[in-house]
Design a protein around this ligand. Structure first.
Ligand code: NAD
Length: 428
């Protein structure tokens, strides 16, 4: 079986159509939710350091804001395109809905590669982006955040330009800001910890003692590192971690059967979460081909690197004892692989539920900014745990009641809430 290349927006619409069928949504609601409410495509002219003007293409898609202001990152990528932004905006709508936070779904982007741009040129792109969008974004309309190749610094430039245009201070307009500049404590840990909060609940439901479990993780970046630390706190043991090696342009899996040491590995990982195989070998790790993370003799798999990693080509190699897969990354499993996982009756916690800790904490950041009062880290993480735990149980209960696969149950809950919102507002 071969996985084909997907147009992400077509894939997002296919998923939606299937759940719309399960929910028996009427035609008006379907038409409204299967495409974005609003889309912006614009040009950002920038005078480059060499004196020439270069014109960049910018995007913002607001898929749906019936439940609250649109929410979603701004990506900087040379291959950015409108269909990817549409799909990601739609998935943000479902993600905010499944964890029941009062936000809708949006996403933005600029076709550019920050690797090849000076700081001044990047700043001009950020300011140019918001000059085009200033009337259609804001704390009560649409709230951006950092995403692929964009950072807290980019967000501060965007915020500064927005505040200059509107003549006031609007810290709730952007999330993912540095702590001390309106950022929330706990945001760095939020996605990885959230992954383990839902895993912990799944183990309770399945009657599994975490301290008797082992896990294999793909990725060693922000999400994976905090997930590993939290899982270790529960008593579990990670025996294998896979990550990218930029020097060799390939991935490797690092295995230690008596358990990896996250702090030790963090000491040899670079700022991208990539790892040098010789250093890992020096610390006593077995170095295996990257794909081997999936074939380990463990109870739990945590794909937390990037999309399209569990495919028809490797899902057959999933270790025989694996009982739970918790998707830390966005879209790590292709539709073909998903069918194979479903057939094996592995308990899957889908990405837009499992990794919603990040956006939930961004929502907390917005709340704190709007009231200009900041919580202690403990308070942030406790609130995060309650939200993730409640969302997990709502999805799991529906899955049990209607005998649905967890991914389908999560979509049913998320889409139903948005459908109710557009109906209650009288839009359809
Ligand atoms: P990151 O850039 O910090 O880390 C990515 C990790 O993946 C690195 O360790 C890298 O070496 C590894 N990797 C890259 N290519 C690989 C390959 N081919 N094989 C094996 N490993 C590979 O990213 P992150 O912030 O940890 O995000 C990881 C995933 O989680 C992404 O899909 C992201 O969209 C998703 N996500 C992140 C957040 C967040 O708050 N950071 C929130 C929601 C979803």
């Amino acid at each position: 079986m071969k996985d084909k290349a997907y147009n992400l927006f077509e894939m997002a619409q296919r998923q939606f159509d299937q759940v719309a069928g399960l929910l028996e949504l009427d035609d008006g609601v379907r038409q409204l939710l299967r495409q974005p409410l609003r889309e912006f495509q614009f040009l950002i002219p920038v005078r480059m350091d060499d004196g020439q003007v270069k014109v960049f293409n910018g995007f913002r898609v607001q898929h749906n804001d019936a439940r609250g202001p649109a929410k979603g990152g701004i990506r900087f990528h040379p291959h950015e395109n409108i269909d990817t932004v549409r799909a990601l905006a739609m998935w943000m709508t479902w993600k905010c809905s499944v964890v029941d936070i009062p936000l809708g779904g949006g996403k933005g982007g600029v076709i550019c590669d920050p690797h090849n741009l000076s700081a001044r040129e990047q700043e001009q792109i950020c300011r140019g982006w918001v000059r085009q969008m200033a009337k259609n974004v804001g704390p009560f309309q649409d709230v951006p955040a950092p995403d692929v190749m964009s950072t807290g610094q980019h967000m501060l430039w965007i915020l500064d330009e927005f505040e200059t245009i509107h003549g006031g201070r609007y810290p709730g307009f952007i999330t993912g800001k540095p702590v001390g500049m309106g950022g929330s404590l706990g945001r760095t840990e939020a996605t990885g910890f959230g992954v383990i909060f839902v895993l912990r609940e799944a183990m309770k439901v399945l009657g599994i003692d975490p301290s008797k479990t082992t896990a294999s993780v793909q990725g060693f970046g922000n999400v994976a590192q905090y997930a590993i630390r939290k899982y270790h706190e529960l008593g579990g043991k990670v025996t294998c971690v896979a990550c990218w090696n930029n020097k060799d342009k390939t991935s490797y899996a690092f295995r230690k059967k008596d358990g990896i040491d996250a702090d030790q590995l963090a000491g040899i990982a670079d700022s991208f979460g990539d790892m040098d195989k010789d250093k890992a070998r020096g610390l006593g790790y077995e170095v295996l081909p990257g794909d081997e993370w999936i074939a380990q003799d463990v109870d739990i798999l945590i794909p937390a690197a990037l999309e399209n990693q569990v495919t028809a080509a490797n899902a057959g190699k999933i270790g025989p004892r694996v009982k739970i897969i918790v998707e830390g990354a966005n879209g790590p499993t292709t539709p073909e692989a998903d069918e194979m996982i479903k057939a094996r009756k592995i308990f899957l916690i889908p990405d837009f539920l499992a990794n919603a800790g990040g956006v939930t904490c961004s929502y907390f950041e917005q709340v704190q900014c709007n009231m200009n009062y900041f919580w202690e880290k403990k308070e942030v993480l406790e609130k995060l745990d309650s939200k993730m735990t409640a969302a997990f149980h709502a999805v799991n209960q529906l899955a049990q009641k209607r005998k649905l696969y967890m991914r389908d149950a999560a979509y049913v809950i998320a889409i139903d809430r948005v459908a109710q919102a557009v109906k209650s507002r009288g839009w359809v």
